[in-house]
Design a protein around this ligand. Structure first.
Ligand code: HEC
Length: 116
């Protein structure tokens, strides 16, 4: 077995620390202005608000529902991009499919919703 120099060991450990620190920052960063602009252009506020129930649930309620669930982001991504069947006042319809420039914009909005 080869010996690793202590200075090399430190370099590896600190590099790993830096990488995980930057991943954490990336995972938390939400561009609020972009998220709210996307809600506006898609007219989501017709049925949703951050803290009041309209035809759809408040984003705070959705955030609480998925809090701590590893698949929360993926479920919401499917919800927003595949027009699942929903029910409003007993009438079935398709949920609005989001129009966004790319998946990154949709994911940013999902992070925004989950952090309400
Ligand atoms: C015509 C009303 C309406 C519009 C417009 C609408 N939604 Fe919804 N949305 C609903 C209803 C109703 C539900 C509840 C569906 C259910 O729980 O079965 C829902 C559910 C959701 C959920 C929670 C999904 C879950 O798994 O709990 C999110 C997030 C959401 N909508 C986001 C949006 C966004 C973002 C937009 C704009 C692109 C939007 N909605 C547009 C009615 C609407």
């Amino acid at each position: 077995m080869k010996y690793v120099k202590f200075s090399d060991f430190l370099r590896v450990v600190s590099a790993a620390g830096l990488i995980s620190a930057s991943l954490t920052v990336q995972a938390q960063a939400v561009n609020v202005a972009d998220a709210e602009a996307l809600l506006l252009t898609n007219k989501c506020a017709k049925c949703h608000s951050v803290d009041k129930k309209k035809d759809g649930p408040a984003f705070k309620v959705t955030a609480a529902k998925y809090k701590g669930k590893a698949d929360g982001e993926a479920k919401l991504f499917t919800h927003l991009t595949t027009a699942p069947t929903i029910e409003i006042d007993g009438v079935k319809e398709e949920h609005q499919k989001i129009k966004a420039k790319d998946d990154t914009a949709v994911k940013n909005l999902i992070k925004y919703i989950l952090s309400r």
